[in-house]
Design a protein. Structure first.
Length: 387
């Protein structure tokens, strides 16, 4: 049987003792990262020609680090090894000139997390047993049944909630029945997807939630500024007892409320994309899409927000893995001239501004909807590529 890796995310509801343990483990992972990074920088400063301390060497140093700092023993031992693995990967990316120099982690960061490979298992419908935490209350664990947990990540996000992300190995989904249909898909802004058979699927829209998120963003910025002024005044007048920005609950409440509205928007957009991609995969055997460079397109600041809201990259990613799971064929083609060529006679009529949504071919007099014509051309390109 073919097996695949899937991600499952559960909500955690820790008690106060478990919350304290979680924050201790967040701090331990952050502490090991900072210690190993400081050691690597110090080693390079003392001897620039020395070899980089690899992952194996960092794991060897963990033993002496635990003896010097006994509080590290409160963490899952594999989580500290994962920290070393991530740091080693960061340096490899740096040496390949594909990323920047690793940075120290701050305890004031809004998002905290740690990852481990130890055994964790389901013990009840809404209970899981995690290393060092014991039995912890979760959301429904029915999705974890019949899977093998390979890795787990416990995180605390800006909404003030705790989550458990699981990487599980499970049997591949059943192959969907063949429909004998092929479709070309053109992505847009007003309509997220336009198919070659004339169907248009609207872009996700949550205006009320976006308005609320914008209002709370404004409140959060204003309250943060007021808190910063108050902290500076207090610390200037009271040298013995210092205050921090996080002590001001008015700002903290606005920050959490803003984050929750933003998460609602993200969750609803993701749900919409899942339903749309599943519908397309069930309906067609061959799906042809454009190979768009979304990051490059977002350099246009007039369209960047609309493109980000449409989530073209996420849409393509979902189509890719769902086609692989369900035995369907996904083809990508170059987007060159798809909106300029007549899909009926092949006449190239030249570039057209985005304001032109319909046009008539000067050679065969066929009237085209710009997006549907582009989708038909995409389908033709894909079918020609596979013969």
């Amino acid at each position: 049987m073919v097996k695949v890796l899937k991600g499952i995310k559960l909500r955690l509801y820790p008690n106060q003792h478990q919350v304290d343990l979680l924050w201790q483990m967040f701090g331990n992972s952050r502490f090991v990262w900072n210690q190993m990074l400081a050691m690597a920088k110090e080693r390079y400063r003392n001897n620039p020609s020395s070899h980089f301390v690899n992952e194996y060497s960092m794991n060897y140093l963990l033993k002496s680090l635990k003896q010097e700092y006994p509080f590290l023993k409160q963490s899952d031992s594999t989580s500290l090894q994962v920290v070393n693995h991530y740091l080693a990967q960061s340096f490899k990316v740096l040496f390949k000139h594909q990323g920047g120099y690793p940075r120290f982690k701050s305890r004031r960061a809004i998002r905290q997390a740690y990852t481990g490979h130890s055994t964790c298992r389901v013990i009840a419908k809404r209970r899981m047993k995690l290393p060092k935490l014991g039995s912890i209350r979760t959301s429904k664990t029915s999705r974890v049944a019949g899977t093998r947990i390979k890795q787990y990540t416990v995180s605390y996000d800006p909404t003030g909630r705790y989550y458990l992300s699981l990487q599980v190995e499970t049997l591949a989904p059943q192959i969907l029945p063949k429909t004998g249909k092929a479709v070309g898909l053109d992505v847009g802004i007003a309509d997220l997807v336009i198919s070659s058979d004339g169907t248009k699927y609207k872009t996700f829209n949550a205006k009320w939630l976006e308005k609320q998120a914008t209002q709370w963003q404004s409140k959060c910025s204003r309250r943060r500024h007021q808190a910063e002024v108050a902290v500076r005044q207090w610390n200037h007048n009271h040298k013995a007892l210092k205050e921090e920005l996080n002590d001001y609950q008015n700002w903290q409440c606005a920050r959490v409320q803003k984050a929750r509205y933003q998460q609602k928007i993200a969750n609803r957009r993701k749900d919409y994309l899942h339903k749309l991609t599943t519908k397309l995969v069930k309906q067609y055997d061959v799906i042809v899409i454009e190979d768009l460079k979304t990051k490059n397109l977002q350099h246009n600041h007039h369209l960047a927000k609309a493109i980000a809201n449409a989530s073209w990259y996420k849409f393509r990613t979902m189509l890719e893995y769902k086609c692989a799971w369900y035995g369907k064929n996904l083809i990508t083609v170059k987007p060159n001239y798809t909106s300029q060529i007549c899909s009926k006679c092949g006449y190239h009529s030249g570039p057209k501004p985005l304001a032109i949504r319909e046009w008539t071919c000067p050679q065969c007099s066929t009237h085209h909807d710009r997006d549907i014509n582009a989708a038909v051309n995409i389908l033709h390109k894909g079918l020609k590529a596979v013969g």
